[in-house]
Design a protein around this ligand. Structure first.
Ligand SMILES: Cc1cc2nc3c(=O)[nH]c(=O)nc-3n(C[C@H](O)[C@H](O)[C@H](O)COP(=O)(O)O)c2cc1C
Length: 403
């Protein structure tokens, strides 16, 4: 059985960002609004820089959808960069525009700049930073939105909320998070009523403290990172597999989230904290109740494993947390670097930059979680048409309730 494949292309100041998602069944409803809603969520967040004020990201579905439903063929999506108007010469495809803008020769610590230029043999760091930029994640969010739409057909909800910014941690989170609780916290974090001064954290008091910390960092010309939780509810038992290292669902999710620019750590369930406790405090004991509807009768009263055991979903909500490092470009405290051409000590280049992007990062992590779960779901249940996928799913649920 095959799953989902995604690929993204595009430079930060190029004409457009494009992406393809392949492997979706036919007859799944999909609208541009399904995607634009997620793109808007990615653009939110207190502490974002000037670029987000220029862009109002909108998806254009180019292929794979007819009259509101998928065709089973690859879905290609384009997001035009509004800023292209200012970069049409500087990022031109034509050799006639060569040297239209000055080369970037001052590598920024914490970026792909120096190693990328060395590896790809460039004297102009722009050839690296344009693609390494987190602008690329716009496409990931668009493709993830398509995967979210697919998972919605099976009542799987994916959400996230911010748990810390800098050293301000939310302490309203209980250790064990149930589905209902997770969705409630997510709804609280989303409840910003169009106000861009959101940090996507559930508690208003923590939110004010985090906003004030970002304000202080801005005033000091510095930046901040933070942590967030991503979850998925109603994930059926048995996605992923124990049989080979690259089939393990926890491994796939960790890779997908770690691949997001500036993410430096991913934990599943209790994560690192589990290493400090006794086994009796960590494992989720098993209970059984005969199910009334077609579902798995075995359940847990705790979810320290974060919904994954042996590389497979165990029916409990999937819970991950991730850490984002502070934004590396500093306005007020330029970092020491060395000019690529002259080899003289200089200050790192400053390009319009975010102060804190943890709220956006959590939305991107939702998208990557959706891609991995849609892939694992389709690998398990297959189906060329959505009704076929559903029959396979229903049949499996029926089987589970009988064991
Ligand atoms: C949503 C988002 C926005 C970001 N915005 C910026 C930014 O404005 N300026 C910057 O220097 N880095 C920004 N970053 C971080 C860099 O993209 C990232 O640190 C860099 O590409 C190096 O990758 P690494 O940190 O994974 O090694 C952002 C990351 C994300 C996820």
């Amino acid at each position: 059985m095959s799953g989902i494949k995604i690929i993204t292309a595009g430079e930060s100041h190029g004409q457009a960002l494009v992406g393809i998602v392949e492997g979706l069944p036919s007859n799944m409803p999909l609208t541009q609004e399904d995607i634009d809603t997620e793109l808007r969520r990615r653009q939110m967040g207190y502490g974002r820089g000037g670029r987000m004020k220029i862009e109002t990201d909108k998806a254009e579905i180019l292929t794979g959808v007819r009259w509101g439903k998928t065709l089973g063929s690859p879905v290609a999506i384009k997001i035009t960069n509004k800023d292209w108007a200012n970069w049409s010469k500087g990022m031109s495809v034509s050799s006639e525009d060569y040297s239209a803008i000055a080369a970037v020769t001052r590598p920024r610590p914490g970026h792909a700049d120096l190693t990328g230029a060395a590896k790809y043999d460039f004297k102009d760091i722009r050839n690296i930073l344009e693609r390494a930029s987190a602008r690329e994640t716009t496409t990931r969010v668009a493709l993830g939105a398509v995967c979210k739409r697919f998972l919605k057909e099976f009542d799987i909800t994916i959400g996230s909320f911010v748990t810390s910014i800098g050293d301000i941690r939310t302490n309203t989170l209980p250790h064990m998070l149930e589905s209902v609780e997770l969705v409630e916290l997510f709804n609280m974090a989303e409840d910003f009523k169009g106000n861009t001064a959101t940090v996507r954290t559930p508690c208003k008091r923590d939110s004010h403290k985090m906003i004030s910390a970002i304000g202080k960092a801005t005033a000091a010309g510095d930046t901040l990172g933070g942590t967030f939780i991503v979850f998925a509810t109603n994930v059926p038992v048995g996605l992923g597999s124990h049989i080979q290292w690259d089939k393990k669902l926890d491994g796939k999710l960790a890779q997908a989230i770690m691949s997001i620019q500036a993410v430096k750590g991913v934990e599943i369930g209790m994560g690192f904290h589990a290493a400090t406790l006794n086994g009796s405090e960590v494992m989720d004991e098993i209970f059984y109740e005969k199910p009334e509807t077609p579902k798995f009768g075995f359940y847990r009263k705790t979810n320290n494993a974060g919904g994954i055991e042996g590389g497979m979903s165990n029916g409990m909500p999937i819970i991950l947390s991730a850490a984002m490092k502070p934004i590396p470009t500093l306005r007020g405290k330029p970092l020491k670097s060395v000019d690529l051409l002259t080899k003289t000590p200089i200050e790192a280049a400053y390009e319009r930059s975010d102060i804190c992007a943890v709220p956006s990062c959590s939305v991107i992590a939702e998208a990557m979680t959706a891609v991995v779960l849609a892939d694992a779901f389709l690998e398990k249940f297959g189906g060329d048409a959505i009704d076929e996928t559903r029959k396979n799913y229903d049949n499996y649920m029926e089987y589970l309730s009988g064991i």
